[in-house]
Design a protein around this ligand. Structure first.
Ligand SMILES: NC(=O)c1ccc[n+]([C@@H]2O[C@H](COP(=O)([O-])OP(=O)(O)OC[C@H]3O[C@@H](n4cnc5c(N)ncnc54)[C@H](OP(=O)(O)O)[C@@H]3O)[C@@H](O)[C@H]2O)c1
Length: 251
Protein backbone atom coordinates (compact mmCIF):
# COMPACT_ATOMS: atom_id res chain seq x y z
CA UNK A 1 0.00 0.00 0.00
CA UNK A 2 1.28 3.47 -0.85
CA UNK A 3 0.71 5.93 1.98
CA UNK A 4 1.76 9.33 3.23
CA UNK A 5 4.00 9.63 6.30
CA UNK A 6 2.82 10.99 8.64
CA UNK A 7 -0.38 9.42 7.44
CA UNK A 8 -3.29 11.87 7.52
CA UNK A 9 -5.48 9.41 5.62
CA UNK A 10 -4.88 5.66 5.79
CA UNK A 11 -6.28 5.19 2.26
CA UNK A 12 -3.79 4.17 -0.43
CA UNK A 13 -2.51 7.00 -2.59
CA UNK A 14 -3.87 6.59 -6.11
CA UNK A 15 -2.47 8.11 -9.30
CA UNK A 16 -4.35 11.39 -8.74
CA UNK A 17 -2.82 11.50 -5.24
CA UNK A 18 0.65 10.95 -6.68
CA UNK A 19 0.07 13.71 -9.25
CA UNK A 20 -0.94 16.10 -6.47
CA UNK A 21 1.98 15.07 -4.23
CA UNK A 22 4.46 15.80 -7.03
CA UNK A 23 2.78 18.84 -8.65
CA UNK A 24 5.47 21.13 -10.09
CA UNK A 25 5.39 24.77 -8.97
CA UNK A 26 5.14 27.20 -11.89
CA UNK A 27 8.65 28.48 -12.62
CA UNK A 28 9.24 32.25 -12.77
CA UNK A 29 8.79 33.72 -16.27
CA UNK A 30 11.61 32.62 -18.59
CA UNK A 31 13.21 30.38 -15.95
CA UNK A 32 13.22 26.62 -15.35
CA UNK A 33 12.21 24.53 -12.38
CA UNK A 34 14.75 21.72 -12.06
CA UNK A 35 13.77 18.53 -10.30
CA UNK A 36 16.13 15.58 -9.97
CA UNK A 37 15.00 12.01 -9.45
CA UNK A 38 17.15 9.13 -8.24
CA UNK A 39 16.74 5.72 -6.70
CA UNK A 40 19.38 4.64 -4.19
CA UNK A 41 19.94 1.70 -1.88
CA UNK A 42 19.83 2.19 1.89
CA UNK A 43 23.64 2.37 1.82
CA UNK A 44 23.59 5.12 -0.82
CA UNK A 45 24.37 3.14 -3.98
CA UNK A 46 22.93 4.55 -7.20
CA UNK A 47 23.79 1.55 -9.35
CA UNK A 48 24.27 -2.20 -9.16
CA UNK A 49 26.46 -3.58 -11.90
CA UNK A 50 26.43 -0.20 -13.65
CA UNK A 51 22.64 0.12 -13.88
CA UNK A 52 19.89 1.32 -11.58
CA UNK A 53 17.21 -1.24 -12.52
CA UNK A 54 17.89 -3.60 -9.62
CA UNK A 55 17.14 -0.82 -7.11
CA UNK A 56 13.62 0.09 -8.17
CA UNK A 57 10.39 -1.79 -7.41
CA UNK A 58 6.79 -1.09 -8.47
CA UNK A 59 6.49 1.98 -6.22
CA UNK A 60 9.63 3.53 -7.66
CA UNK A 61 8.43 2.88 -11.18
CA UNK A 62 5.10 4.58 -10.37
CA UNK A 63 6.87 7.70 -9.06
CA UNK A 64 9.36 7.61 -11.97
CA UNK A 65 6.52 7.56 -14.52
CA UNK A 66 4.54 10.24 -12.70
CA UNK A 67 7.50 12.62 -12.63
CA UNK A 68 7.99 12.11 -16.37
CA UNK A 69 4.32 12.76 -17.07
CA UNK A 70 4.50 16.03 -15.11
CA UNK A 71 7.65 17.29 -16.90
CA UNK A 72 8.18 19.37 -20.03
CA UNK A 73 11.53 17.67 -20.71
CA UNK A 74 13.70 14.87 -19.31
CA UNK A 75 17.35 15.92 -18.97
CA UNK A 76 19.96 13.18 -18.71
CA UNK A 77 23.71 12.69 -18.93
CA UNK A 78 25.12 10.73 -21.86
CA UNK A 79 26.71 8.05 -19.67
CA UNK A 80 23.31 7.18 -18.23
CA UNK A 81 21.85 7.01 -21.75
CA UNK A 82 24.64 4.64 -22.79
CA UNK A 83 24.59 2.52 -19.60
CA UNK A 84 20.81 2.19 -19.44
CA UNK A 85 20.13 2.12 -23.21
CA UNK A 86 17.59 4.89 -22.74
CA UNK A 87 14.38 4.54 -24.68
CA UNK A 88 11.67 7.09 -25.43
CA UNK A 89 9.35 8.38 -22.70
CA UNK A 90 6.11 6.37 -22.68
CA UNK A 91 2.91 8.34 -22.02
CA UNK A 92 -0.40 6.43 -22.08
CA UNK A 93 -3.40 7.91 -23.98
CA UNK A 94 -5.27 9.48 -21.01
CA UNK A 95 -2.11 11.24 -19.85
CA UNK A 96 -1.41 12.47 -23.36
CA UNK A 97 -4.83 14.09 -23.45
CA UNK A 98 -4.22 15.66 -20.04
CA UNK A 99 -0.87 17.03 -21.19
CA UNK A 100 -2.27 18.42 -24.42
CA UNK A 101 -5.15 19.99 -22.45
CA UNK A 102 -2.56 21.69 -20.25
CA UNK A 103 -0.82 23.10 -23.34
CA UNK A 104 2.02 20.58 -23.33
CA UNK A 105 3.21 18.30 -26.11
CA UNK A 106 1.80 14.77 -25.64
CA UNK A 107 5.23 13.34 -24.82
CA UNK A 108 8.17 15.15 -23.18
CA UNK A 109 11.37 15.06 -25.24
CA UNK A 110 14.61 13.73 -23.79
CA UNK A 111 17.55 16.16 -23.71
CA UNK A 112 20.97 14.51 -23.42
CA UNK A 113 24.02 16.38 -22.10
CA UNK A 114 27.13 15.23 -23.96
CA UNK A 115 30.49 16.64 -24.98
CA UNK A 116 31.55 13.67 -27.09
CA UNK A 117 28.24 13.03 -28.93
CA UNK A 118 29.30 9.40 -28.59
CA UNK A 119 25.78 8.10 -29.17
CA UNK A 120 24.50 5.66 -31.77
CA UNK A 121 22.01 7.31 -34.17
CA UNK A 122 20.34 3.87 -34.37
CA UNK A 123 19.78 3.71 -30.59
CA UNK A 124 16.28 3.29 -29.10
CA UNK A 125 16.40 6.87 -27.84
CA UNK A 126 16.19 8.19 -31.39
CA UNK A 127 12.98 6.33 -32.17
CA UNK A 128 11.09 8.72 -29.86
CA UNK A 129 8.14 10.58 -31.34
CA UNK A 130 9.39 13.69 -29.50
CA UNK A 131 12.67 14.51 -31.25
CA UNK A 132 15.51 14.34 -28.70
CA UNK A 133 17.78 17.30 -27.99
CA UNK A 134 21.54 16.82 -27.71
CA UNK A 135 23.04 19.58 -25.57
CA UNK A 136 26.73 19.79 -26.37
CA UNK A 137 29.68 22.17 -26.62
CA UNK A 138 31.57 23.77 -29.49
CA UNK A 139 34.17 21.02 -28.99
CA UNK A 140 31.81 18.33 -30.26
CA UNK A 141 33.38 16.44 -33.20
CA UNK A 142 31.95 17.70 -36.50
CA UNK A 143 31.39 14.19 -37.87
CA UNK A 144 29.30 13.29 -34.80
CA UNK A 145 27.26 16.48 -35.19
CA UNK A 146 26.58 15.55 -38.81
CA UNK A 147 25.64 11.95 -37.98
CA UNK A 148 23.31 12.84 -35.12
CA UNK A 149 21.66 15.93 -36.66
CA UNK A 150 19.55 13.55 -38.75
CA UNK A 151 17.86 12.11 -35.64
CA UNK A 152 18.06 14.90 -33.02
CA UNK A 153 18.40 18.65 -32.55
CA UNK A 154 22.02 19.38 -31.66
CA UNK A 155 22.34 22.51 -29.51
CA UNK A 156 25.65 24.13 -28.52
CA UNK A 157 25.54 25.23 -24.86
CA UNK A 158 29.17 26.16 -24.14
CA UNK A 159 32.66 26.49 -25.60
CA UNK A 160 34.44 23.58 -23.90
CA UNK A 161 31.69 21.82 -21.97
CA UNK A 162 27.98 22.19 -21.50
CA UNK A 163 27.41 25.10 -19.16
CA UNK A 164 24.41 24.07 -17.08
CA UNK A 165 22.93 27.59 -17.04
CA UNK A 166 23.14 27.85 -20.82
CA UNK A 167 21.60 24.42 -21.22
CA UNK A 168 18.62 25.44 -19.11
CA UNK A 169 18.30 28.73 -21.01
CA UNK A 170 18.14 26.76 -24.28
CA UNK A 171 15.42 24.54 -22.82
CA UNK A 172 13.45 27.53 -21.49
CA UNK A 173 13.70 29.22 -24.91
CA UNK A 174 11.89 26.17 -26.33
CA UNK A 175 9.17 26.36 -23.68
CA UNK A 176 10.65 23.40 -21.78
CA UNK A 177 10.69 24.90 -18.31
CA UNK A 178 9.63 22.04 -16.04
CA UNK A 179 12.85 20.09 -16.20
CA UNK A 180 13.14 16.59 -14.77
CA UNK A 181 16.73 15.40 -14.58
CA UNK A 182 17.23 11.67 -14.12
CA UNK A 183 20.97 12.10 -13.53
CA UNK A 184 23.35 10.57 -13.71
CA UNK A 185 25.44 11.56 -10.74
CA UNK A 186 27.89 13.60 -12.80
CA UNK A 187 25.25 15.75 -14.44
CA UNK A 188 23.41 16.07 -11.13
CA UNK A 189 26.59 17.29 -9.46
CA UNK A 190 27.10 19.93 -12.18
CA UNK A 191 23.56 21.23 -11.73
CA UNK A 192 23.73 21.24 -7.94
CA UNK A 193 27.14 22.87 -7.91
CA UNK A 194 25.89 25.62 -10.24
CA UNK A 195 23.02 26.33 -7.83
CA UNK A 196 20.43 25.33 -10.44
CA UNK A 197 18.70 22.53 -8.58
CA UNK A 198 15.24 23.19 -7.12
CA UNK A 199 14.19 19.74 -5.98
CA UNK A 200 15.44 16.27 -5.28
CA UNK A 201 13.11 13.27 -5.39
CA UNK A 202 14.82 10.28 -3.88
CA UNK A 203 13.64 6.71 -3.67
CA UNK A 204 15.32 4.89 -0.80
CA UNK A 205 15.21 1.21 -1.69
CA UNK A 206 15.08 -1.27 1.21
CA UNK A 207 18.32 -3.08 0.42
CA UNK A 208 22.08 -2.83 0.87
CA UNK A 209 23.86 -2.71 -2.47
CA UNK A 210 27.32 -3.23 -0.99
CA UNK A 211 30.62 -1.36 -1.15
CA UNK A 212 32.11 0.46 -4.12
CA UNK A 213 28.86 1.72 -5.64
CA UNK A 214 28.50 5.07 -7.35
CA UNK A 215 26.54 7.54 -5.19
CA UNK A 216 24.34 10.34 -6.56
CA UNK A 217 27.15 12.93 -6.32
CA UNK A 218 30.21 12.22 -8.44
CA UNK A 219 32.79 13.65 -10.82
CA UNK A 220 35.45 16.32 -10.82
CA UNK A 221 33.15 19.28 -10.16
CA UNK A 222 34.12 20.91 -6.85
CA UNK A 223 31.32 20.68 -4.30
CA UNK A 224 30.42 23.93 -2.57
CA UNK A 225 29.40 24.06 1.06
CA UNK A 226 26.77 21.62 2.26
CA UNK A 227 23.53 22.03 0.39
CA UNK A 228 20.56 22.02 2.78
CA UNK A 229 17.37 20.21 1.79
CA UNK A 230 13.84 20.57 3.18
CA UNK A 231 11.60 17.54 3.24
CA UNK A 232 8.31 18.16 1.41
CA UNK A 233 6.90 14.68 1.93
CA UNK A 234 7.73 11.03 2.52
CA UNK A 235 5.68 8.28 0.91
CA UNK A 236 6.09 4.60 1.59
CA UNK A 237 5.30 1.49 -0.42
CA UNK A 238 6.50 -2.04 0.35
CA UNK A 239 9.30 -0.71 2.56
CA UNK A 240 10.65 1.73 -0.02
CA UNK A 241 10.60 5.42 0.90
CA UNK A 242 9.88 8.16 -1.63
CA UNK A 243 11.33 11.42 -0.35
CA UNK A 244 10.62 14.75 -1.96
CA UNK A 245 13.02 17.52 -0.96
CA UNK A 246 13.19 21.19 -1.85
CA UNK A 247 16.70 22.65 -2.10
CA UNK A 248 17.55 25.40 0.35
CA UNK A 249 17.34 26.15 4.02
CA UNK A 250 13.97 26.56 5.71
CA UNK A 251 12.39 29.95 6.18
N1 LIG B 1 20.05 5.36 -9.33
C1 LIG B 1 19.62 6.22 -10.20
O1 LIG B 1 18.52 6.78 -10.05
C2 LIG B 1 20.48 6.55 -11.39
C3 LIG B 1 20.09 7.58 -12.25
C4 LIG B 1 20.91 7.87 -13.34
C5 LIG B 1 22.07 7.17 -13.54
N2 LIG B 1 22.42 6.20 -12.68
C6 LIG B 1 23.66 5.44 -12.89
O2 LIG B 1 24.74 6.37 -12.97
C7 LIG B 1 25.71 5.89 -13.88
C8 LIG B 1 26.02 6.98 -14.91
O3 LIG B 1 26.24 8.19 -14.25
P1 LIG B 1 27.53 9.11 -14.50
O4 LIG B 1 27.63 10.07 -13.38
O5 LIG B 1 28.68 8.23 -14.81
O6 LIG B 1 27.19 9.82 -15.85
P2 LIG B 1 26.09 10.87 -16.37
O7 LIG B 1 25.99 12.04 -15.46
O8 LIG B 1 24.84 10.16 -16.73
O9 LIG B 1 26.78 11.26 -17.72
C9 LIG B 1 28.08 11.78 -17.74
C10 LIG B 1 28.32 12.21 -19.15
O10 LIG B 1 27.41 13.27 -19.46
C11 LIG B 1 28.10 14.24 -20.20
N3 LIG B 1 28.22 15.43 -19.38
C12 LIG B 1 27.89 15.58 -18.09
N4 LIG B 1 28.09 16.85 -17.71
C13 LIG B 1 28.57 17.49 -18.80
C14 LIG B 1 28.94 18.82 -19.08
N5 LIG B 1 28.88 19.78 -18.16
N6 LIG B 1 29.37 19.13 -20.32
C15 LIG B 1 29.42 18.19 -21.27
N7 LIG B 1 29.07 16.90 -21.08
C16 LIG B 1 28.64 16.58 -19.84
C17 LIG B 1 29.42 13.64 -20.61
O11 LIG B 1 29.10 12.90 -21.77
P3 LIG B 1 30.11 12.48 -22.91
O12 LIG B 1 30.96 11.42 -22.29
O13 LIG B 1 29.25 11.94 -24.01
O14 LIG B 1 30.86 13.69 -23.31
C18 LIG B 1 29.70 12.75 -19.41
O15 LIG B 1 30.60 11.71 -19.71
C19 LIG B 1 25.16 4.63 -14.50
O16 LIG B 1 25.71 3.53 -13.81
C20 LIG B 1 23.67 4.72 -14.21
O17 LIG B 1 23.07 3.46 -14.09
C21 LIG B 1 21.65 5.87 -11.60
Amino acid sequence: MRRLLPDPDPAALDQAGLDAAYAVPTPPEGACHVRANFVISADGGAEVGGRSGALGGPGDRAVFRTLRWLADVVLVGAQTVRAEDYGPVVVPPPRREQRVGAGLPPVPPIAVVTNSLDLDPGARLFTAEARPLLLTSARAPADRVAALSAVADVVVCGDYRVEPGRALAELAARGLRRVLTEGGPRLFTDLAQAGLLDELCLTLAPLLAGPGRLGIVSGPTPWPAQLPLRLVHALEEDGALFLRYRVGAAG
